[in-house]
Design a binder for this molecule. Structure first.
Ligand SMILES: [Zn+2]
Length: 201
């Protein structure tokens, strides 16, 4: 079956104080996920620009963190020997190790690079290639050790407003015998799709 992408255009009319109370129309687009039917809204406006937050002082104060190259092999946890005899998994500038404060059975951190701080535009495809390669290696080795850990996610929080407590760029790699809500929805929808269409989504 062909996968259809549906979208709807909404429009809000009002008289704007920013334009002498003339009528303006503000569009919103609603997009529907063809697998799950869930809807997302794409807004078309932005708030007035504010001064860019200057991270330089925070970067200076937090330099030499536990993810920096001089500390990462001394101060971060090691994997169980069954998963990694060396304790950690490194490819290029990326290094993976268990999270000291995990939120599940297998919670890992992958430090993406040697640099303590990079702006978004300094994060290159090569950095992610190395980081994701370490993530896949963690998943592969852990699943050999524990095949019940079938549900995995790789995610990243970037900077404090994005929920990251450490500036040094890193990924979270989390594996469990139980799926998250989101994984459960996707798996159920995928099964239904397969039953209806006889093919994988
Ligand atoms: Zn650092």
């Amino acid at each position: 079956m062909e996968i259809k992408f549906e979208r709807f255009h909404l429009q809000s009319d009002l008289r704007s104080p920013l334009q002498g109370f003339e009528k303006i129309s503000v569009p919103t687009e609603v997009r529907i996920d063809p697998l799950t039917g869930r809807r997302s809204r794409i807004i078309t406006w932005t708030l007035p620009p504010q001064e860019r937050f200057d991270f330089s002082k925070m970067v200076e104060q937090s330099k030499g963190c536990i993810f920096c190259p001089e500390n990462v092999l001394q101060k971060t946890p090691q994997f169980m020997k069954e998963i990694s005899a060396e304790g950690r998994i490194s490819i290029g500038g990326a290094t993976g190790f268990p999270n000291l404060f995990p939120a599940g059975t297998y919670g890992s951190v992958v430090v993406l690079c040697l640099d303590h701080f990079l702006s978004l535009n300094q994060l290159t495809p090569e950095i992610y290639e190395e980081g994701l390669s370490v993530s896949v290696e963690i998943i592969r080795r852990t699943m050999i050790f524990d095949p019940d850990a079938r549900y995995w996610q790789v995610s990243q929080n970037f900077l404090l407003p994005g929920g990251s407590s450490i500036l040094h760029p890193h990924l979270q790699v989390i594996g469990d015998p139980l799926p998250t809500n989101e994984m459960g929805w996707l798996l159920d929808a995928s099964s239904s799709y397969y039953e209806r269409n006889g093919t994988h989504y």
